[in-house]
Design a binder for this molecule. Structure first.
Ligand code: BDP
Length: 712
């Protein structure tokens, strides 16, 4: 028998190729996968990178840049050029004015452009240098080169055109880890903390380097290592040494380390007799502590502080203001150029007088302090006035503190949006807040910011974020921290192409799913401006009936105020008047339910069940419609994913398919439980065509989740 070897070989190759195309991935590589490109793309990328040239001496940061380019090229093309010392045609040239005199020359057209890009910006250009056609990555500093290298790789991986130039709009772009010293993570749904405090400082996990690469690829330049609910031990020598070891790994990637400081630390360590911020003893203690930290971490970023909120100690314990507390710490780090990020997430400390409306409190406490904070203090404000809900109007402090640098605090981890099981792309949430017009001199919320912080969703899970799609939220946060005007959809396109490959059959449907996902969650959880009706403490699943917690403003009934007469929180002049904290134009517009955006309707108004909605339906019927829409869209997300099965590797396909199935069940649970409850309150019948909940209300009330992850 004659065997046709070439045919057999061809068949084998075909099988191998097909398998390779769909090779299983676990998600560890994030958006830095660098999988082989198609031929045309390979040729294009290869023509731009026949050699990699870095004039001048290398630094840890340029080494990281060159190593990443080599890694990327090896992955995308199958081989990577070695670094070369001579500029030649087709070189990928990394240069700063200090490294390449041509860039510093008065005649250089790039000189003026570079001058506008600051320390961290970069430009990518196809140009001629020393008589050769090169692809130039130029910046004013080595960190700019690293960012430029990542941008070039991003363009190569997505097939995008070379980005002309880019510089970050915000100077502080931070992750906030809510990680505890025992490796549990408050509101973490992706395993343990990546910081192995026990093993540090001797053992530095490879993950720390990969974490640095991923963050640098987005331009994130700072990280707070520990939970805002901090411990005094964080400020002791052993932990400072551990933080220093992490800082050493992150430094080449332009990422500074910060720590959350517990306000009463010196007192609790029994090294002072008080924690009063005006006490000389306390001030001297923090000054010495800052000196000690800077000795171990010369580029230490500074402190993040949660004070007088949810039982945490703070300056008000000594009848001092937030500014007194923040300025005391600011004085300690100022000689080292450190900063203090003081959180505005405050509501009455335990036992204290309860404000009529929790949504009012941060503004009431902070607005009067505008102009009294030290120059190196930033006030860090959550995106909304309650707490990381699926949807909130923007926080009234944005635009209201013109004399104080503000930071935005977004939550990347999905405490209130279905953990890491439900798909909810947060790019749209971030964009919605950042674009909101404050109707003050500042304009959009994005313009009021000096920095952005994201509560990280990163953990020890192999895929880092708990699910493949939750990686997109880390990604979107980083890209928007770099450019708060960036569009959620553009970012989704980029992420999907990098994560699943630049296949035209795959990217658009995935992007459509992402763009639909957050609104889906809003609809099946908290439509029409409802908020904080989640289960006690774990915040997973519906519990609109809860009314028995110690503090009224922990109870869902406090927020929805549903009764026989109607539903919603009246924040107009007839109610808490929280509206007065917004610019007059907004206050006027939102004072009338007719001119209030429907998405915020029940946030600002208490309305009768038969209130006529623009759709022609009653409010009651509209609410039911939204819950049904949420469920229908959850089903649609699942169906769209199933349709992509042939195009996604089996492992990632299955992981997400299971999650989307569970999401449909979560949506059913939310819809049914909320309808059962609100019906019990309204006493109204379900209109024809609306399906009755599967169980009686008591069934939903009986559900409990004692072992839900991530509790505080
Ligand atoms: C809430 C979380 C709680 C945090 C708190 C905060 O439930 O775990 O400690 O925010 O931001 O959303 O301080």
């Amino acid at each position: 028998m004659r065997i046709n070897f070439s045919a057999a070989l061809a068949a084998l190759l075909l099988t191998l190729c097909a398998t390779a195309a769909a090779a299983d991935e676990d998600g560890y590589d994030l958006w830095l996968r660098y999988r082989p490109l198609d031929r045309a793309a390979q040729a294009n990328v290869q023509s731009q990178a026949r050699s990699i040239v870095l004039p001048g001496a290398s630094s840890p940061t340029t080494q990281a840049a060159v190593a990443e380019l080599q890694r990327g090229l090896a992955g995308m093309l199958g081989k990577a050029p070695a670094p070369a010392s001579r500029i030649a045609d087709g070189a990928l040239l990394l240069a700063t004015p200090a490294r390449l005199p041509e860039l510093a020359a008065a005649a250089s057209p790039l000189r003026a452009e570079l001058a506008t890009l600051g320390n961290e910006g970069y430009l990518l250009r196809q140009t001629r240098v020393q008589g050769h056609n090169v692809t130039l990555i130029a910046a004013n500093s080595d960190i700019g080169l690293l960012y430029g290298a990542y941008a070039w790789l991003r363009d190569a991986g997505t097939g995008a055109k070379l980005e002309a130039s880019s510089a970050p709009k915000l100077s502080l772009r931070l992750l906030n880890h809510w990680d505890n010293l025992d490796r549990t993570v408050e509101r973490g749904y992706s395993g343990q903390s990546i910081w192995d405090w026990w093993a540090l400082p001797d053992i530095k996990d490879q993950r720390y380097t990969d974490y640095a690469r991923a963050n640098a690829s987005l331009g994130i330049n700072g990280t707070v290592l520990n939970n805002v609910n901090s411990k005094p031990e964080v400020m002791t020598a052993p932990f400072i040494a551990k933080a220093a070891a992490v800082a050493d790994v992150l430094r080449p990637y332009g990422i500074k380390v910060y720590l959350s400081a517990r306000f009463s630390t010196p007192l609790e360590l029994k090294e002072t007799s008080t924690a009063d911020p005006l006490s000389p003893e306390v001030r001297a203690w923090w000054q010495r502590k800052a000196d000690e930290i800077y000795k171990a971490i010369p580029d230490f970023g500074g402190f993040l502080v949660k004070a007088n909120s949810e039982g945490q100690p703070g300056p008000q314990d000594y009848h001092r203001t937030h500014a007194d507390g923040a300025n005391m710490l600011a004085a300690a780090v100022a000689p080292h150029k450190g900063i203090v990020m003081w959180r505005a997430f405050v509501y009455a400390p335990k036992g204290a007088h309860l404000a009529d409306d929790r949504a009012r409190q941060a503004y009431e406490e902070f607005k009067p302090l505008d102009g009294t904070f030290a120059a190196n203090v930033l006030v860090q404000v959550k995106n909304g006035a309650i707490d990381f809900q699926p949807r909130e109007p923007f926080h009234p402090l944005f635009g209201a503190m013109p004399k104080t640098p503000l930071m935005m605090e977004f939550q990347i981890t999905k405490e209130y949006l279905g953990y890491s099981t439900d798909m909810a792309y947060l790019g749209t949430l971030f964009e919605e807040t950042l674009e909101s017009d404050t109707k003050t001199a500042a304009g959009a919320v994005a313009n009021t910011l000096s920095g952005m912080a994201g509560v990280a969703n990163i953990g020890s899970d192999r895929n880092w974020a708990g699910s493949q799609f939750d990686q997109s939220n880390w990604y979107a946060f980083g890209r928007m921290a770099w450019n708060p005007q960036a569009k959620a959809r553009d970012i989704a396109v980029e992420w999907a192409a990098l994560t699943f490959g630049p296949d035209k059959r795959v990217v658009p449907p995935i992007v459509d799913m992402m763009m639909l996902s957050r609104e889906t969650v809003v609809n099946y959880m908290t439509p029409l401006g409802l908020h904080h009706i989640m289960g006690t403490s774990h915040h997973f699943g519906p519990a609109p009936w809860v009314d028995n917690l110690e503090r009224p403003d922990w109870n869902p009934v406090y927020y929805h105020r549903a009764s026989r007469d109607g539903i919603g929180f009246d924040r107009t002049t007839k109610g808490s008047n929280a509206l007065e904290q917004y610019a007059p134009e907004i206050a006027r517009q939102y004072a009338d339910p007719k001119t209030t955006p429907q998405q915020y309707l029940l946030w600002f108004h208490h309305l009768p069940w038969d209130y006529a909605m623009p759709s022609g339906r009653t409010l009651w019927a509209e609410l039911l419609t939204r819950y049904d829409q949420g469920l229908a869209d959850a089903r649609a997300l699942h169906a769209r994913w199933v349709a992509l099965k042939p195009l996604i590797d089996a492992r990632r396909y299955t992981e997400e398919e299971q999650r989307l199935t569970r999401q449909v069940n979560n949506a059913i649970l939310w819809r049914d439980a909320c309808i059962a409850y609100f019906q019990s309150v309204s006493g109204l019948a379900l209109p024809p065509g609306v399906q009755a909940p599967a169980h009686p209300l008591d069934y939903y009330k009986s559900l409990s989740y004692p072992y839900a992850p991530g509790r505080g």
